[in-house]
Design a protein around this ligand. Structure first.
Ligand SMILES: Cc1cc2nc3c(=O)[nH]c(=O)nc-3n(C[C@H](O)[C@H](O)[C@H](O)COP(=O)(O)OP(=O)(O)OC[C@H]3O[C@@H](n4cnc5c(N)ncnc54)[C@H](O)[C@@H]3O)c2cc1C
Length: 417
């Protein structure tokens, strides 16, 4: 009998794949239902995969892309789409090749899995928590849970990471793997908001955001953003959307940036935002001069409406150190230059990553050096396999992380005997 522990996307795919070839499979899940995290993915729409080629897929993997190559080629995004179509779940592709169920409901993805569990006779055990293994030499012979003991030929361990612990992925799996002799690469939040300590004014003085609050809730579209050390070249550069939060920034650009910088000294890093990246300094100056010419007698604080959202104007005016009551016709060239510099380089000092519980995924985990990439088999325990986020793998947003769970689950399910 094969016991699969954890009914997230990795464990579900592993159990179904193993059962498809007629093996006896028990799937153990501590929650009262399968796929509790899947249910909240993609804002409830579940971005199941990204319909790119395996080669392009690998380019979107942040940690250990080489390790994943074999699994992604064995079960690529096109196979995920086929898998769901065969279960009667039509899917659609959106911007950036992101694939969702046609219905936009993650519950339909979960229903498809429930259908497959029944179709292939996977014995699903809900409300049952894995507790420990019994060994004979380097083989697991028994799996003990809160309710039963199972005699096993092999085990697939897919208990997830430690983000959003209320979904069941509470980090327990890492402790078990460590106890078994596996190395756990330091766990870090990935795809997470960033916490900011200061915002810089025209004199390059850092003002704590407790004194000068950020415009919480304001979304910045079509901006360029870089994350860098004070003197170094950028660690991350991107173009797209960012969002101010009460204590920092979030949004697609920041989530991606967090995965690229999470192993750096965060509180030595700075975010710089170009609010007008499509205009050169000269073009932006000409634009401002044009705007100002039409409103000569207005005060500076009322002169930026055409250029910026209201909540950002307040911040920029304070940072510029220009008298907000000054009439536009008396703004000097030097003052305009100060304004231009802020618009093309709003600078924030980073304090930390958001905590791992609020991260979309956990970076770090079981060292991939100790896992056979073709089968996901442990190199330490001879009949134990790992799949999904518990491994030291993570990728960018766009359906890549669920696909990693599917691909690693698939190869483990295929290989386990
Ligand atoms: C808010 C949010 C949105 C996301 N959106 C997307 C998206 O749209 N697309 C995408 O690709 N990725 C997305 N992700 C990431 C994706 O959900 C995860 O990478 C993926 O779920 C990992 O799958 P997994 O099977 O490894 O682990 P999990 O999905 O975490 O499943 C692990 C399971 O193991 C069970 N378990 C743990 N310990 C035990 C135990 N001792 N006994 C029994 N059972 C146990 C847990 O209860 C859980 O059900 C999102 C994540 C979050 C938090």
């Amino acid at each position: 009998m094969i016991v699969v522990i954890g009914a997230g996307p990795a464990g579900l795919m592993a159990a179904i794949q193993a059962a498809k070839s007629g093996k006896e499979v028990v799937l153990i899940e501590q929650n009262g239902k399968i796929g509790k995290k899947l249910f909240i993915t993609g804002k409830g729409r579940c971005n199941i995969t990204n319909n790119v080629s395996p080669r392009e897929f690998i380019e979107n993997v942040v940690s250990n892309p080489k390790f994943l190559t074999s699994a992604i080629y064995s079960f690529p995004p096109s196979e995920t789409i086929k898998f769901f179509l065969e279960l009667g779940l039509p899917v659609k592709e959106e911007r950036g090749m992101r694939v969702f169920p046609n219905s936009d409901k993650s519950s339909d993805v979960i229903s498809a899995f429930n259908k497959a569990i029944e179709r292939y006779n996977v014995q699903l055990k809900l409300n049952e928590r894995f507790e420990h293994f019994v060994f004979d030499g380097d083989r697991v012979v028994e799996v003990r849970t809160s309710k039963a003991t199972y005699l096993v030929t092999s085990v697939i361990f897919a208990t997830g990471g430690m983000s959003y612990p209320a979904t069941g992925s509470d980090g327990y799996g890492y402790k078990i793997a460590k106890r078994l002799g596996h190395t756990i690469i330091e766990l870090k939040p990935a795809l997470c908001p960033l916490i900011v300590s200061e915002v810089f004014n025209a004199n390059n003085e850092g003002i704590p955001i407790s004194i000068l609050p950020l415009p919480e809730g304001l979304s910045l579209k079509n901006v360029s953003l870089t994350v860098a050390y004070a003197s170094g070249k950028p660690i991350y550069e991107g173009f797209g959307e960012g969002l101010f939060t009460s204590n920092g920034m979030s949004g697609p650009l920041i989530l991606t940036a967090s995965s690229k910088v999470n192993r750096e000294k965060i509180n030595n890093l700075f975010i710089t935002i170009d609010l007008k990246p499509t205009l050169t300094l000269e073009q932006l100056d000409a634009r401002i001069l044009r705007d100002f010419a039409g409103i000569k007698n207005k005060s500076f604080k009322n002169a930026l409406d055409a250029l910026l959202p209201r909540s950002l104007i307040n911040l920029i005016i304070k940072l510029s150190l220009i008298n907000p009551e000054k009439e536009v016709n008396s703004i000097t060239k030097t003052e305009r230059l100060i304004l231009l510099r802020l618009l093309k380089g709003l600078k924030l000092k980073l304090q930390s990553l958001a905590n791992v519980e609020s991260a979309v995924v956990t970076a770090g985990g079981i060292s991939t050096k100790e896992i056979d990439p073709k089968t996901m088999k442990s190199r330490i325990i001879s009949n134990l396999y790992f799949a999904g986020e518990i491994l030291d793998v993570d990728a960018l947003t766009g359906g890549f992380n669920i696909q990693i769970a599917f691909s690693t689950g698939y190869v483990a399910g295929n290989a386990a005997e």
